[in-house]
Write a protein that binds this ligand. Structure first.
Ligand SMILES: NC(=O)c1ccc[n+]([C@@H]2O[C@H](COP(=O)([O-])OP(=O)(O)OC[C@H]3O[C@@H](n4cnc5c(N)ncnc54)[C@H](OP(=O)(O)O)[C@@H]3O)[C@@H](O)[C@H]2O)c1
Length: 280
């Protein structure tokens, strides 16, 4: 097998949560391009139409699955429907995630001491509890695969400070802990477990910042590569971890962050505009 062939996943069967848009959609497309049939999940079926079309355009089967991962009972059924629809699972990408948001969908930036405890619960429910439940439900299928790969879409937030988004940061850090424990626990069963940690990536989730020039400029001024990531850049790293090219990689967190988590002590000389963020 040539080294490039090792990035292919022909005949693979993959589940991607949060696949209606953003990073999850790009990951579903990448997996299909590499040869996987893909089960794609989001809260509603209409939201998944364009991802289903994109998978099918690449000559692969798509299975659309609806389910609100804020509800604890949804995770197990979702995995079983994916496995039934594809005849098993080789790759599972747990990507669905949320920032705390109000009823109008606007992101809530509230420091812990002022935040509503319900916002903590709702962020933990989707980003952590559902992720753990989905991983547990996927275990037997990934073991049966013989080449199982589980990938959690964590974040730079898992290792960096995130004032006013503490619940999100705590959930993303806990995902990294889960990756380490599962990677060791499932290793002798032939299942690899890894995390992708995206940095600032241009999606609906970050529209609150990309759509606000001063905030966008401020955030990217802290990124050594000096710009937002595209969803394809996150998908490429995810495909690597899913593929035989990463067959000896487990328990790893792959940062795709333009270098932002490298401690920068000023010698880089990156100019920073005035901060648009108020303290408190
Ligand atoms: N964008 C970034 O800068 C960034 C950086 C680091 C990490 N991440 C992580 O990357 C992942 C994807 O982020 P993104 O930027 O692509 O976000 P996005 O554009 O907001 O997409 C989020 C996806 O999650 C799904 N989802 C949200 N709530 C759900 C729920 N309760 N049940 C089921 N599915 C739900 C959404 O589907 P529906 O709304 O259609 O149901 C959508 O497909 C997240 O885990 C996020 O934390 C993002």
């Amino acid at each position: 097998m040539s080294v490039l062939d090792r990035f292919r996943l022909d005949g693979g069967r993959a589940l991607v949560t949060g696949a209606s848009r953003g990073i999850g959609k790009a990951v579903a497309e990448a997996l299909a391009e590499a040869g996987c049939d893909v089960a794609v999940a989001a809260r509603t079926l209409p939201a998944l139409r364009s991802t289903v079309a994109a998978v099918e355009e690449r000559g692969r089967k798509a299975v659309a699955l609806d389910g609100d991962l804020a509800l604890p009972e949804v995770a197990t059924g979702l995995v079983e429907r994916a496995a039934a629809g594809l005849g098993g699972l080789d790759v599972v990408v747990l990507n669905a995630g949320v920032l705390p948001h109000g009823e109008d969908g606007a992101v809530l930036l509230e420091p812990l001491h002022r935040a509503d405890p319900e916002d903590w619960n709702s962020v933990i429910a989707v980003n952590l509890s559902a992720t753990a439940a989905l991983a547990g439900a996927a275990h037997d299928h990934l073991v049966s695969s013989g080449r199982g790969s589980l990938i959690l879409m964590s974040s730079i937030a898992g290792v960096a400070s995130l004032p006013a988004l503490e619940a999100y940061g705590a959930a993303k850090a806990a995902q990294l802990s889960l990756v380490r424990s599962l990677a060791v626990g499932w290793a002798r069963q032939g299942v690899r477990v890894n995390a992708v940690c995206p940095g600032w990536t241009r999606t609906d989730m970050t529209a609150f910042a990309t759509g606000y020039g001063a905030l966008s400029d401020w955030l990217t001024s802290h990124v050594p590569l000096g710009r937002w990531a595209t969803t394809d850049e996150i998908a490429g790293a995810t495909l690597f971890l899913a593929s035989p090219a990463a067959s000896y990689v487990s328990g790893h967190a792959l940062f795709v962050d333009g270098g932002i988590t490298v401690p920068e002590i000023g010698l880089g000389g990156f100019p920073k505009p005035a901060s648009p963020l108020a303290g408190g």
